[in-house]
Design a protein around this ligand. Sequence first.
Ligand code: SD4
Length: 355
Amino acid sequence: MSINRREFLATGATAAAGLAVTPEWPAIAGASTPAPRVALPVVIASTNGMRGVKVAYDMLMRGEDTLDAIIAGVNIQELDPADQSVGLGGLPNADGVVQLDASCMHGPTRRAGSVACLEDIATPSLVAKAIMDYTDHIMLVGDDAKRFAVDMGFRTQNLLTEKSRQDWLRWKARLNASDNWLDHDDDVKIKFHTGTINMNAVNAAGDVSSVTTTSGMSWKIPGRVGDSPIIGAGQYCDNTVGAAGSTGRGEANIKVCGAFLAVEQMRQGKTPEQALMYTMERVVAMTEKRLLDDRGRPFFDLSFYAVAKDGRFAGSCAYEGGDFAVCDASGARVQKAVYLYKANERPRGPVNGRR
Ligand code: SD4
């Protein structure tokens, strides 16, 4: 029996087998121009997800679920003590305590989960998924989130590595020049740090998922919640459109609900690149004066990542020089992000918007 390509796709056989496919028609309603042919699956992430996008892609090729695949991808960074922006080894808050945020969305079943200010559990992405899978709620925080996780069988451990503890001590020592702590010559390097991993995927059937996980802004005030666990800011997906997520200064992203905004822009027909540039422009437009130079350019940076249901993808930054990780039929690689301002336009100013 012969079967044409469209019928073959419609059988779902391709999806079940996880095969790479090339959609022949634009999947996004309202798209003004036909989408270019893009091979599926596609996984994109912040650059620290280079190892993760390959792991996730291989799982999608084996027909595994989109959210399971990208969570396996981000687990690599969460469990890596050398990555000081996520999970085990993440830089702590002002009290020297590692507090983690994460959220995820599963496109095909339209579900979401989120956890904030989680301590002692290295994989908040899996805790967010457990909240999604096993409760009628979407978000749990703090000690109660930890108790839930322990009840679910998650293992507790000290997440503060010796390297992160030393960095915290040095930051603390430099807080006040007239305190009783001595400074060290290299302490000038100890500033506020940002870092996070966001990962988004679309499989051969066009199913979409998204996840973001982080230790948040280093030296933050205990209890501070960033954008990563906020559904619609740190990540968002809609199975009829695509997925988006963010890393960088969460306070700037929360005010524009950046991941939601990017997905909604794609829904209205913008390409991922156009949707992310629009989102970056909204971030700058919504930034308070103290964080802008006299020409209106932000002192901080922020990155967005988006993948459309048809496999087109992009990354964006405020300033030239940013990149992101992607894995598709051409393999895992780093690609340049689009940007609003040239690198030499970056104002000299407080790092990460801190004065
Ligand atoms: C946050 N966007 O908590 C996250 C992680 C980060 O500085 O990059 N922090 O704001």
